[in-house]
Design a protein around this ligand. Structure first.
Ligand SMILES: *Cc1c(COP(=O)(O)O)cnc(C)c1O
Ligand SMILES: [Zn+2]
Length: 451
C-alpha cells in the first residue's frame, strides 16, 4: 500500500506541497500549513486492523516501529525511509494512575501521561524525531541544508540539539538570555549546537529565527513547521491505546505556542474519522495567567455567549512566569488552536503563579515530580473540578510535558519559600547531629512532630 501525505493551507486555500519542500506558510494567505494524509489509503485497513497493528508494534524492537511515534508511521510521515529515521525511542510514555492526588482533589480517575519521561526530558522529542528524520531524508535525496534552527523557551532546543547530534546535522538554537533553566541551557551546549543567547524574549527569538530561515539552506524547526505537529499528535493514539482503545472524557495540556493543543486535538479527530474511537475527549488548554492571550480571547467570547474566533485574539507581551516554557504572548499556532478547540468542545483555563506552584507541590507529595507547566495544568484541573465542570466520575488525562528534574531551581525556590508567595507544601531538610544516639533522638522527635 502506498501512503501519501502533503502540506496544505490550514485555512483552506488551494494547493499541495510535498513534505520535502522547504515551505512553512501558505503562499496565498501567509497562514500556517498543516499536514494532510491520503485517508483513502488508511481506509484500506479496517479500524480493528490498525489497532492490532499499532498494538503489535508497541514498544518492540523492530526498527523503527518500537518508537511511539514511528509505530504510527503511516499516519505520521510515510515519506521517510526506515534507514533515515532519527529516533531515540521517544513516545510510549507511562500513563500513570495518579490515584492518591486525584482522590485528594475529588477525582476517581485521574491519569497523568508522563510525556516528560523522554530522552531530553520533555514531550518535544515526539515532534522533533519527525522533523529531523524528514531533514535527513531530504539531505539523502540531495537537498542542500546547512543547518536546522529553532527559537526556543528551552525544551525545543534541547530536543533539536539531541536529534540533530544523533543524525550528524548541524543545529542552531536561539534562546532568550536568562529566561531558561540551567538544565535546559546545558543540553544544547552538550549536544554541540550553535547556542545563541539573545537579548530579547521568546517572541523576539521567534522573529529572528523566521528571518534567519528565509535562507532555504537553514531549515526552520519551530512548531510553525507542521511536521512537528505530526509527531506531537501521537499522544492521542497512545492514550486511547493505553486505555485499550477507549477514550477519556478530558485531556488537559499546558499551552504556550499552542502547537501541542492543536496536535493532540488533530490526533483524536483522525482516530474518530477513521473509526478507531467513537467520540473525541474535551481538550483543555491550560495557560499561565502571566502569558494568557488565548485565555483572554476565550473568556471574551464566552462572556458574549459565542464561540471564540481569531477576532477575539489579541497578542500581548508575556510576563515572567515560573512556567518559562509557556511564557509566550504571541503564539504562532493560535488559528490552529482555536479551530482544534472548537472541534472538541474545548476549554481554556489559566493558573496563577501561586496556584501552579502549590498544585505541582501537592502532586509531588503523591509521588509525582512535576515541572511548572504541568503545575499549570494541575492548577487548572483543580479549578475545573472545584467549579463542577469536571466531575468526580469523569476519566481525566493530564499531559505532563517535561521532567521535573529540568526545573530544579523552581523546586528548590518553592521549598525554600523564595517564590514571592507562601509555599503551602514546603519541605526542607532538617539538621541532624552526627552522633548516632543524638541523631536517632532528633529523627524520632521530627517524626513525632510530623504526626
Ligand atoms: C513546549 C512546551 C509546552 C507548550 O507547548 P506549545 O505547543 O508551545 O503550546 C508546555 N510544556 C513544556 C514543558 C513545553 O516544553
Ligand atoms: Zn492559505
Amino acid at each position: 500500500m502506498d501512503y501519501a501525505a502533503w502540506f496544505q493551507c490550514a485555512a483552506g486555500c488551494e494547493g499541495r506541497w510535498p513534505l520535502s519542500e522547504v515551505i512553512y506558510r501558505c503562499p496565498h494567505c501567509e497562514g500556517l500549513l498543516e499536514v494532510e494524509h491520503d485517508k483513502s489509503a488508511w481506509r484500506q485497513r479496517s479500524p480493528m486492523a490498525w489497532a492490532r497493528l499499532f498494538d503489535q508494534r508497541w514498544r518492540r524492537t523492530s526498527w523503527p516501529y518500537g518508537s511511539g511515534v514511528w509505530g504510527k508511521k503511516e499516519w505520521v510521515q510515510p515519506h521517510v525511509e526506515d534507514d533515515n529515521v532519527v529516533s531515540l525511542y521517544e513516545g510510549g510514555s507511562n500513563l500513570f494512575w495518579a490515584e492518591r492526588y486525584g482522590k485528594q482533589i475529588g477525582l476517581d480517575e485521574l491519569w497523568v501521561k508522563q510525556c516528560g519521561t523522554s530522552h531530553t526530558g520533555s514531550f518535544k522529542d515526539l515532534g522533533m524525531t519527525v522533523l529531523v528524520s524528514t531533514v535527513k531524508q531530504m539531505i539523502a535525496d540531495g537537498a542542500s541544508i546547512r543547518a536546522v534552527a529553532c527559537a526556543s523557551t528551552g525544551d525545543t532546543s534541547a530536543a533539536l540539539a539531541a536529534y540533530g547530534a544523533a543524525a550528524g546535522i548541524p543545529v542552531v538554537v536561539l534562546l532568550p538570555a536568562n529566561k531558561i533553566s540551567a538544565a535546559q541551557l546545558v543540553q544544547p551546549m552538550a549536544n554541540g549546537a550553535l547556542v545563541c543567547s539573545l537579548d530579547t524574549d521568546f517572541d523576539g527569538c521567534m522573529r529572528v529565527v523566521q528571518a534567519l530561515t528565509r535562507d532555504k539552506e537553514i531549515y526552520l524547526a519551530n512548531s510553525m513547521n507542521s511536521l512537528r505537529v505530526e509527531g506531537q499528535k501521537t499522544i492521542a493514539p497512545e492514550i486511547v491505546q493505553q486505555f485499550d482503545w477507549e477514550v477519556p472524557d478530558w485531556v488537559l495540556v499546558p499551552g504556550g505556542n499552542l502547537g501541542n493543543v492543536s496536535a493532540i486535538a488533530k490526533g483524536f479527530i483522525e482516530l474518530r474519522d477513521m473509526g478507531l474511537i467513537s467520540k473525541v475527549p474535551r481538550v483543555v488548554c491550560c495557560q499561565a495567567e502571566r502569558a494568557n492571550p488565548l485565555f483572554e480571547a476565550y473568556t471574551k467570547a464566552k462572556a458574549e455567549g459565542r464561540p471564540m474566533t481569531m477576532q477575539d485574539f489579541q497578542p500581548k507581551a508575556a510576563q515572567p512566569t515560573l512556567a518559562s516554557a509557556i511564557q509566550i504572548g504571541a503564539p504562532v499556532s493560535t488559528p490552529k488552536a482555536i479551530k482544534a478547540l472548537a472541534a472538541c468542545n474545548g476549554v481554556v483555563a489559566q493558573a496563577s503563579e501561586e496556584a501552579l506552584a502549590n498544585a505541582a507541590a501537592r502532586a509531588d507529595l503523591c509521588g509525582l515530580f512535576t515541572c511548572p507547566h504541568t503545575g499549570v495544568a494541575l492548577a487548572c484541573l483543580e479549578d475545573l473540578v472545584g467549579q463542577g465542570e469536571i466531575r468526580r466520575g469523569d476519566r481525566v488525562v493530564l499531559i505532563s510535558t517535561a521532567h521535573g528534574l529540568k526545573f530544579t531551581e523552581f523546586k528548590t525556590g518553592y521549598h525554600e519559600n523564595r517564590l514571592g508567595f507562601e509555599s503551602a507544601h514546603r519541605n526542607v531538610p532538617i539538621e541532624i547531629p552526627g552522633d548516632p544516639a543524638a541523631a536517632i533522638g532528633a529523627i524520632k522527635s521530627a517524626l513525632d512532630t510530623r504526626g
